[in-house]
Unconditional design. Sequence first.
Length: 265
Amino acid sequence: MAGRPTVADIRALKGVRQLTMLYVETPDEAAAAAAAGIDMLSIVDPLWTPEMRAAAGNCFVQVGLLYRELVTTEDYLRAAHRAMKIGGDCVYCASSFATIGTLAADGIPVVSHVGLIPSKATWTGGFRAVGKTAASALAIWDHVRQLEELGCFGAEIEVVPDRVAAEITRRTSLVMLGMGAGPHADAQYLFAEDVLGHTRGHRPRHAKVYADFAAEHARLQALRQSAFEAFRRDVDEGSYPAAQHIVGIEEDEFSAFLAGLDDAG
């Protein structure tokens, strides 16, 4: 696809091909994802800046509006417009149906969340799969239908049985962004830290590691410490600063300076 895709472009790809999506936290990660041809990025609002928009290139960017950081519908509405003004392509909102509906009614493309919703996981038994019974799977479907009625653009579907996710994806007009939901969602969504192998804390079952940045970070930290120790030793031994690190002054100018000091008393 030439240029940065629109909501209409993303919708047109539903059922045509699977999209790729990454959650990124730095401009370097965003730029690497754009260069690699990743379709969509998820970037949380506190990290969303013009620098990140530039780094993201032609990636379609979902800007995450953080539940509990924002509270009222007006909080979300102001944050959503700010995110779109910077260049966001849609916003993520897992707040109330009333808030989601207000954003959608104001013309903001909204992605919400079904299945395991981390910020609300206590309601479904904690950080575990959702939709493993008929009743639970039907509750997810009902949630999706309500999001359709509110005018959402898409929904993240997280840690749901693959066959359940496949049926829901096939039956809804929403763009379904799958995370641990099998191979049939409209997009495959992973966190960059999992892909790069430097996850902090628990690594989810659906994560796949493609690089060992943890080992590289450890190597760089050891190199950093070694350099700092060498600097400290140089200072202790008097070998830093050396002549090449010092600004000189001509002898006559220095003598005049000393005389000036003496005259000044």
